[in-house]
Design a protein around this ligand. Structure first.
Ligand code: F3S
Length: 540
């Protein structure tokens, strides 16, 4: 435990320059990332600033992150901090629900992101990407962010909401979604119901979306065919007392799932191309890896997307430099002690992956795009809670496996068809801080040219070979589970049923703590695909 109580606890130092009424809002609002970096430089790993009347304490660095992510819900309250989402998700849904209901609602979403539906999703994503580039021709220019936003709303809505939204309601849904998205305006974090046009449009969109959802539920109830999407899973699921979700709740949970997976993935997908185009050597390595896996027409399947080590490191490095959520916030419900400090109840506490990802003692030369930071030899993220693009602890984003699957499938198709170059100078592509989910600023133009002469190579899986070789050299391994982090996702059981068992209530049992060496690869996959990183495999 890094958070500890001492008798000499002091309050965090405050940032200078706070103005009456608005506090430090002007400088923070102009560029939150620069402001939080300045705070770390001025005050260190803990410091306070004020946004209007709200006192905010920023924790940075792995220890600060750990104190934040490991604190129990009754101490750091997520719900209070995310009141901005209530008008979007709906009253009584997720952050606005009492804890026992919220827990059940989040558990209901877990099957949506498990291994079995993922297999279906990978086919849909591949189909959508092929469709999106079919008219691109030999060469041209495209606004990458617009392209990725449209593509990922198609992939996410198709995978999660099903055919009705993708094919029958596509245009109307795109508008409604856009209005809901704009409702996540920074001002709404402080004044969620301010009567301004952007927030009125948000509320109208929420009402209309629920009408559409209700219509589909009724239509599906009469149909003899049974859909197999996330929407249907939510229609069929039940609370512990046997009652079904209302259409209001289903709408909110679907919006929540889409929000988690869409906006963040679109920005990351765009940054991948931009960073690779800025770093041609890395681009060549990625192309070589994809060509060796898929050649010109090799089938892109769920299985083949699992191990793409060079590209996975690229994604991780893009997320280090450009995490879509630059800050995560909680309200302090009970005093939080961190080292010699106390953060008093009533204040807000936040962490910033973007600031923590640039600490030079952890990630040397932090502005450099260097995916090899994450190789086995270097492992710059080895210290827990140093890399937190998907959050951490119990509330780590459960959609991270879906996000990774989407990114890998998109690029497996895109890069075997086209090469990309920047249209403007490399420095002109920057993050835009006007929205709460940070993305590259617009316009975000790139030039594409069709690739040819890709040698059809026999698909090979280098990492699999490496893992097998490593396995044969080892005599034993040990499985360790951090039960504080385990949330019952059961991906571990899907990967290694000989080692992990998860019951209907999501309770995990480790069947074998020191399994036979032949199970090493499966256990490693279980650790890799556990969304909350609750599993560690220790080898001698
Ligand atoms: Fe728990 Fe992760 Fe398995 S959350 S049930 S250890 S996949």
């Amino acid at each position: 435990m890094t958070a500890q109580q001492t008798s000499t606890s002091k309050e965090p130092a405050k940032m200078p320059g706070a103005l009456p009424l608005i506090g430090n809002m002007l400088k923070f609002g102009k560029n939150p990332f620069e402001y939080m970096s300045l705070l770390r430089k001025t005050l260190g790993e803990i410091g306070e600033f004020r946004l209007f009347h709200q006192q905010m304490v920023l924790l940075t660095g792995p220890e600060g992150n750990e104190a934040f992510f490991r604190a129990p819900d009754d101490q750091l309250d997520q719900n209070e901090a995310y009141k901005v989402m209530t008008p979007i998700f709906g009253k009584g849904v997720v952050f606005d629900a009492p804890p026992h209901i919220k827990d059940q609602q989040l558990k209901m979403l877990m099957p949506v992101l498990r291994d079995k539906p993922m297999r279906t999703y990978s086919k849909i994503i591949v189909q959508e990407v092929e469709e999106a580039v079919k008219d691109w021709g030999e060469s041209g220019e495209v606004d990458l962010l617009d392209f990725m936003k449209q593509l990922t709303i198609y992939t996410s809505s198709h995978c999660l909401l099903g055919n009705e939204f993708r094919y029958e309601l596509n245009e109307e849904f795109a508008h409604l979604y856009h209005d809901l998205e704009n409702g996540m305006h920074p001002l709404a974090f402080i004044f969620p119901y301010l009567p301004i046009p952007i927030l009125r449009r948000r509320d109208k969109a929420r009402v209309r979306l629920q009408e559409l959802v209700t219509g589909i539920i009724e239509k599906r109830a009469k149909s003899k065919e049974k859909s197999e999407d996330a929407f249907q899973m939510l229609i069929d699921t039940r609370y512990d007392d046997g009652s079904p979700l209302s259409s209001h709740e289903i709408t909110g949970l679907l919006i929540g799932t889409l929000f988690a997976g869409h906006h963040t993935t679109a920005g990351t997908a765009a940054w991948i191309t931009l960073e690779l185009a800025r770093n041609p050597k890395e681009m060549d390595r990625v192309l070589e890896e994809f060509d060796s896996l898929y050649g010109h027409d090799g089938e892109v399947t769920f299985q083949s997307l699992r191990e793409i080590p060079i590209f996975e490191r690229v994604i991780k490095e893009v997320l280090r430099l450009h995490p879509p959520l630059i800050m995560l916030i909680r309200k302090v419900a009970k005093d939080l002690h961190f080292k010699d400090y106390v953060i008093k109840a009533g204040k807000y506490v936040c962490v910033s992956p973007r600031v923590s990802h640039r600490i030079a003692e952890i990630f040397p030369d932090p502005e450099k795009f260097d995916p090899d930071r994450f190789t086995k030899e270097r492992q710059e993220d080895a210290q827990p809670f140093s890399w937190t693009a998907f959050g951490g602890g119990r509330h780590k984003c459960s959609g991270n496996a879906f996000a990774m699957l989407q990114l890998k499938a998109i690029y497996a198709i895109l890069l075997r068809r086209y090469k990309f170059e920047l249209v403007s100078s490399p420095e002109s592509y920057q993050d835009d801080y006007k929205q709460m989910v940070v993305q590259p600023s617009s316009p975000c133009l790139v030039r594409y040219t069709k690739r040819d002469n890709i040698q059809q190579e026999q698909a090979k899986d280098a990492s699999e070979k490496a893992t097998t070789e490593t396995a044969s050299k080892q005599n034993c391994f040990k499985v360790e589970v951090d039960y504080d982090l385990c949330q019952g996702h059961a991906n571990c059981m899907a990967e290694a049923p000989e080692v992990f068992q998860v019951d209907d209530k999501g309770i995990l049992t480790v069947l074998e703590e020191t399994p036979d060496n032949s199970l090493l690869k499966k256990a490693q996959a279980a650790a890799k695909y556990c969304p909350t990183s609750a599993i560690k495999i220790k080898q001698d």
